[in-house]
Design a binder for this molecule. Structure first.
Ligand SMILES: NC(=O)c1ccc[n+]([C@@H]2O[C@H](COP(=O)([O-])OP(=O)(O)OC[C@H]3O[C@@H](n4cnc5c(N)ncnc54)[C@H](OP(=O)(O)O)[C@@H]3O)[C@@H](O)[C@H]2O)c1
Length: 262
């Protein structure tokens, strides 16, 4: 469908949730994909599932995105396994939920490494290989919170905006080399993270987790929470040749949740 057979892709934070949904779609479409995350057992369970799809190829590299040396090794091992790199798909682990007043300074330090420095390190170490590709791209998965802040995720509201500064900077800097750089902004996607946010909100409001999730569903014009693979289809399109004139874009995938026009 997307003509991405054989495309060599690194998808980070991808043993479950959105990253895994993306990896699944890419492997199904015939891409060669490296997944990564911290917990070895979960990572290899995810790899096993990907390898049972029957098309594409999948490999796994254990890495913690808050550690620069892990990211350097992750990119090196990815290139060794895939024989090069065409596309980087940045997904991170979720930062700690909470309002500003709930967070400690340590949470901010960790959040900066998890959300911002991981983007810088991944881009820095991947770029020399991506520059060699004939179909190069970088896609950053962030959140609708960069457009309309969400009450209980201060770290995400504040730090992810830097990644969008990076997207716009790189789109201009690398455009002449035909490297396309874009961002995807998920709304509510059904994963462990959404359950974590719902249970955090439930503990503040006295509602049950199910009630909080029902409230979220009511906010979405399409009347449901999204699926990780739906984010995967958008990413598959963005890294394909069919998105050849899309550069510097930030594309929400949120069932119409965002109210703002731009
Ligand atoms: N779900 C949503 O509705 C939604 C909406 C907008 C944005 N987002 C954002 O999208 C990202 C993915 O969310 P999700 O819902 O897919 O989360 P999830 O279901 O909790 O999955 C998180 C994935 O990230 C990995 N991970 C966590 N911390 C990591 C670290 N330090 N280094 C490497 N891997 C790490 C986890 O594996 P290990 O724990 O084994 O490392 C797991 O594979 C998050 O940044 C989240 O904030 C989510």
């Amino acid at each position: 469908m997307f003509d991405i057979e054989g495309l060599r892709v690194l998808v980070t934070a991808s043993s479950r949730g959105i990253g895994f949904g993306i990896a699944k779609v890419l492997v199904r479409e015939g891409a060669k994909v490296v997944i990564s995350s911290r917990n070895r057992e979960r990572l290899y369970r995810a790899l096993h599932e990907l390898n049972s799809i029957g098309s594409g190829e999948a490999y796994a590299v254990q890495a913690d995105l808050t550690r620069r040396e892990d990211i350097e090794r992750l990119v090196r091992e990815t290139v060794d396994r895939l024989g090069g790199l065409d596309a980087l798909v940045y997904v991170t682990g979720p930062p700690r939920p909470g309002r500003f007043q709930d967070l400690r300074l340590d949470d901010w330090d960790y959040g900066v490494r998890l959300l911002i420095m991981s983007a810088v390190w991944l881009t820095y170490y991947s770029l020399p290989y991506i520059m060699e590709s004939t179909n190069p791209s970088i896609t950053y998965v962030t959140s609708v919170a960069v457009r309309e802040p969400i009450e209980t995720i201060a770290l995400s509201n504040t730090l992810r905006i830097s990644v969008h500064g990076l997207v716009k900077t790189l789109a201009r800097e690398l455009g002449r080399k035909n490297i396309r750089v874009n961002a995807v902004l998920p709304g509510y996607i059904y994963t462990d993270r959404i359950k974590e946010i719902a249970s955090d909100k439930a503990s503040r409001t006295g509602k049950s987790v199910d009630e909080v999730i029902n409230d979220m569903v009511k906010e979405v014009p399409l009347g449901r929470i999204g699926k990780p693979e739906e984010v995967g289809y958008l990413v598959a399109f963005l890294i394909s040749k069919y998105a050849s004139y899309i550069n510097g874009a930030s594309i929400p995938i949120d069932g119409g949740l965002l109210r703002s026009v731009f």
